[in-house]
Design a protein around this ligand. Structure first.
Ligand code: T46
Length: 138
């Protein structure tokens, strides 16, 4: 989706159930989020480096800091918007067609990613100039 903007990214509240045993959160594809979940991966033991620096043509995702915190900077080629993820019951819903940078992973951070598609290297745009051309329909 070439037309998506950073305003289409949103933080959602993940359903949670609590009793005297603690919390349980649940995400059902197509119900709590607008896509079926075809893949789950997670980032952890991240040193002081940035990750991401790419866009996806088709992939939609939900990112959750299940432990610790991380900053996700979204970019549509015209505007940027930063999201601080630090709660396991908050998720960042990311539509397709947007550049993302992941920065400031805290010690012990675990970033879980629910993805709408299986892994496909050709879905990635890893060059920022190419991303701008893609957004401008070139
Ligand atoms: C994203 C951010 C949040 C696979 O083989 N299968 C997979 O499903 C994934 C996600 C990655 N890989 C391989 C490809 C690379 O050789 O794992 C290696 C590291 O992947 P990458 O450099 O893309 O990692 P990040 O942290 O920059 O980006 C990842 C996701 O790829 C991306 O979709 O949005 O996390």
């Amino acid at each position: 989706m070439k037309q998506t903007t950073v305003e289409n990214c949103k933080i959602i509240d993940i359903r949670k159930y609590t009793d005297n045993r603690g919390y349980l959160s649940v995400i059902e594809g197509g119900l709590d989020i607008p896509f079926e979940i075809r893949r789950i991966y997670y980032l952890y033991m991240v040193p002081e480096v940035a990750r991401g620096a790419h866009a996806h043509k088709q992939l939609q995702q939900l990112l959750i800091a299940t432990s610790g915190s991380v900053d996700v900077i979204m970019d549509d080629g015209k505007s940027k918007k930063s999201f601080h993820l630090d709660k396991p019951w908050k998720g960042l819903l990311i539509p397709s067609g947007l550049w993302r940078d992941l920065e400031n992973f805290s010690g012990g951070a675990v970033l879980m990613c629910l993805a709408s598609e299986k892994y496909e290297a050709s879905d990635y745009i890893r060059d920022y100039g190419e991303f701008l051309a893609y957004k401008n329909g070139k």
